[in-house]
Write a protein that binds this ligand. Structure first.
Ligand SMILES: C[S@@+](CC[C@H](N)C(=O)[O-])C[C@H]1O[C@@H](n2cnc3c(N)ncnc32)[C@H](O)[C@@H]1O
Length: 196
């Protein structure tokens, strides 16, 4: 994965580096190693700043197809300018993640990634997004999500338990950076991986 544009804000480089360490810890705990060429779906990806570190964390596997999707056209346009995948296909799409099942031509995904999921904000919308996320995953695929704060992470886990999904590892990020204007929230505060 090639980064063609620097990150837009101070502190992102360090946040992304910490996320890389956290992903490594999570995958070790869950005893997951990826192989081959993967299809990755980054749902509600915003600017998708984590694209490069995510690809690195999945090695020795290579990314064959990477799709980032978000409602925000400006963020999607920025992500498009930032990331290239010379030996694979990469696409950033403005769209509603709850409609992914209706999008034609998509492969089944090895990994669905959701950074800073937003379940708390609109639970019913996110139930729909999660339905689609699981429907689009391979049978042996995984879903990884991070959360900004404790309650929204608990709500997300509760949804997973209700679905009968396997919770393979769940980690509180000890190095998470506090958000100065939002008490109790911090960057990638929690991360968890689920198996179908
Ligand atoms: C908390 S932000 C996280 C953005 C990014 N993943 C990050 O960590 O910086 C939640 C994102 O969800 C996106 N979103 C909310 N509902 C969505 C939907 N139905 N389809 C696609 N994106 C959605 C928002 O536009 C927003 O970018």
């Amino acid at each position: 994965m090639i980064q063609s544009l620097p990150f837009s804000f101070p502190g992102i480089t360090e946040d992304i580096s910490r996320l890389g360490g956290l992903l490594g810890e999570l995958l070790r705990l869950a005893d997951i190693t990826f192989h081959g060429r993967l299809a990755i779906l980054n749902l509600a990806c915003g600017r998708a700043d984590e694209t490069g570190i995510l690809a690195a964390a999945l090695e020795p596997a290579q990314v064959g197809f990477y799709l980032g999707m978000d409602l925000r056209a400006d963020a999607i346009a920025e992500a498009e300018r930032r990331w290239d995948l010379p030996n694979g296909e990469i696409e950033f799409r403005e769209g509603n993640a709850a409609m992914i099942g209706r999008m034609e031509g998509l492969p089944a995904f090895d990994l669905v990634f959701i950074r800073h999921q937003n379940y708390w904000h609109e639970p019913l919308v996110w139930e729909g997004i999660l339905d689609e996320a699981f429907a689009t995953m391979k049978e042996n695929g995984y879903l990884i999500c991070t959360s900004y704060f404790d309650l929204e992470h608990e709500l997300f886990l509760a949804s997973m338990r209700t679905r009968g999904v396997r919770i393979l590892a769940n980690v509180r990020n000890a190095k998470s950076r506090d958000l100065p204007d939002a008490e109790g929230k911090s960057v990638d505060r929690w991360i968890a991986v689920f198996g179908k």
